[in-house]
Design a protein around this ligand. Sequence first.
Ligand code: GLV
Ligand code: MN
Ligand code: MN
Length: 412
Amino acid sequence: MTAPSISSPRLMARLRRMGEIGALEGGGVCRLALSDADREGRDQFVAWLEALGLTVQIDVIGNIWGLRPGLEEGPPVMIGSHIDTVATGGLYDGTLGVMAGLELVEALNTAQIQTRHPIAVAAFTNEEGARFAPDMMGSGVHQGALDLAEMRATRATDGSAVLGDELDRIGYAGPVPAASMTPRAYLELHVEQGPVLEAEGVAIGAVTGVQGISWTEFTITGQSNHAGTTPMSMRRDAGVVAAEIAIAARRIAEDAGPPQVATVGVLELTPGLVNVVPAEARLTVDLRHTEEAQLAASEARLMAAAEAAAEAEGCALTARRLARFGPVTFDPALVDRIAAAAKARHLTVRRMPSGAGHDAQMFAPNCPAAMVFVPSAGGLSHNIHEHTDEADLVAGAQVLLDVVLNLAGAVA
Ligand code: GLV
Ligand code: MN
Ligand code: MN
């Protein structure tokens, strides 16, 4: 049996085609979960799965996967990621892992290689959590960590729609029940979305785990009033409280030191006018750390700071948890296999944790799971200029293919 190879032109053609769906002027894509562009991307993915002869499955939360049978029945080796994006997304975040799965199957088909165990290629619903929180929603429901009814009832972060209605509207609420299957193993290829691999000149990241993620939305209610006439001592300025929470988040990250990070990604003032003291403010805080105890300590500090700031300004404060995932450790034996596969291809490899959330983390408690990273130019991601060189994309897909073949058991 000759070892099957990833075809660079086929992989790049699919990446380019997916990049046309929801394309933004100036580059990048917007395929927010369950939008019309997401539907178009899903239709394209399903068409590709069918063209490769895979059996298409769609579950109740809209996860889609194609099954390539093995000589034996039983759970598949699953390759997955997502095709939804943030509103200002790049071409590779998520899409790479799904397109690599398709290319891997095409390489096996072309080389007429059968495997002992089935192989599945998946795209999970709403990994980003940008339109509907939490993130990793589809993979979370798939693995029984998130409740279907609760997720269907989720309102969009801009208040405009309910997830279940959107899923029905785009026609992707499928018949396969939640938590229907635990794969034999789960693998995901992804761009690093950070600067480490590029800075160190390393081709492949063998990902050891994912840091914990905590998302909180704060709503502050004060009183709107005239900007010119209201003495400073008499204000109940919701905007000032929001600003203090944002600064507190930054201080918490500075005091804790790396790898603690803290981000205020949404900050809205109402009514949002130049000469009106804000009556209401809404902001989100994203806290991440690799250690559960430190993440919990940072959350507690943030909450105390938010309460103190609201009280000092005479404002009311509500806090709503949007997402909470503990740190995850990937299967050490699978991480070793990835490192060994990279070395066998004469690629430099480094073990590293993931700073971003990924569908793989929802599988890790239930089956061997791990990830392959490839470099991100300038460490940019969630940015329309996200870029990875073609040679790096292909190298990552080849390592993925080699590991999958090893796990699924090639039969000549
Ligand atoms: C999800 O992709 C996240 O890391 O925010
Ligand atoms: Mn992603
Ligand atoms: Mn992302």
